[in-house]
Design a protein around this ligand. Sequence first.
Ligand code: NAP
Length: 248
Amino acid sequence: MNFKDKVVLVTGSSRGIGRSIAVKFAKEGASVIINYRSNESEAKAITEIISSYSGNCMCIQADVSKERDVKMMIDTIIEKYGHIDILVNNAGIAIDNDFQNRHVKDWQETLNTNLIGVFLTSKYAGKHMLERQYGKIINISSTNGIDTIYPYSIDYDASKAGLINMTKNLAIEFAPFINVNAVAPGWVDTGMNDDLSKSYLKSEMEKTLLKRFAEPEEIANVVLFLASDMARYIDGETIRVDGGLKMG
Ligand SMILES: NC(=O)c1ccc[n+]([C@@H]2O[C@H](COP(=O)([O-])OP(=O)(O)OC[C@H]3O[C@@H](n4cnc5c(N)ncnc54)[C@H](OP(=O)(O)O)[C@@H]3O)[C@@H](O)[C@H]2O)c1
């Protein structure tokens, strides 16, 4: 896959899955924009590494749940590169807690990032993609939005189900110029799961047919496929990448 001359924004790419997606695009020749919310040192570190491959990488601090930040981020990219080809809506948060200790502010924080953030980046980046009649949007959902339901993350699960629905709506809204698809990972080995108990993670790993969690790169592979010309007839779809995760 060759992404030379493509400009790619990966939200939440200072670490984890987003970082792996950004690295992979850069290795395939793309200009990559790293985005983060708060951890500047991680974001700068990966920006330096990517710059050493492609020489074309910038880093923008922006909270995707804030409209002002998103507008600033997209304007900055357009000013520097003139266009944006690929948007990967990867930024996401999960606040695990039992039902009685879950508060409205937890719901709001989760929905603001995982759903409203995707709406905002898609709206502002989509406008420029439509002007050029070219674009790819890939949303990172989760099997929690399909069937790996977990009451400790009730709002996260709802947000990821909502994102699958939003993917279809965005595909309709931006047709026929922009393909909008989603990837639904099962468990992925990133810092997002650091707070969960080892015994719980072990029991979840046993539920996968492959008996392991995904490496971030294994999610990135599918994102690059969806962003490539090989996937040009796929639109409004969600692809599971879960190692054969079984409910139980
Ligand atoms: N890990 C899994 O098992 C798994 C499974 C299925 C789906 N997913 C989904 O995959 C995506 C990435 O997950 P991950 O495990 O890589 O997460 P992670 O390691 O916790 O990284 C999250 C990234 O998102 C950024 N971020 C968070 N809130 C943001 C905001 N409001 N605005 C901009 N950036 C923000 C973080 O930046 P800062 O550090 O600066 O805040 C960080 O770069 C998420 O959407 C997640 O729901 C993960």
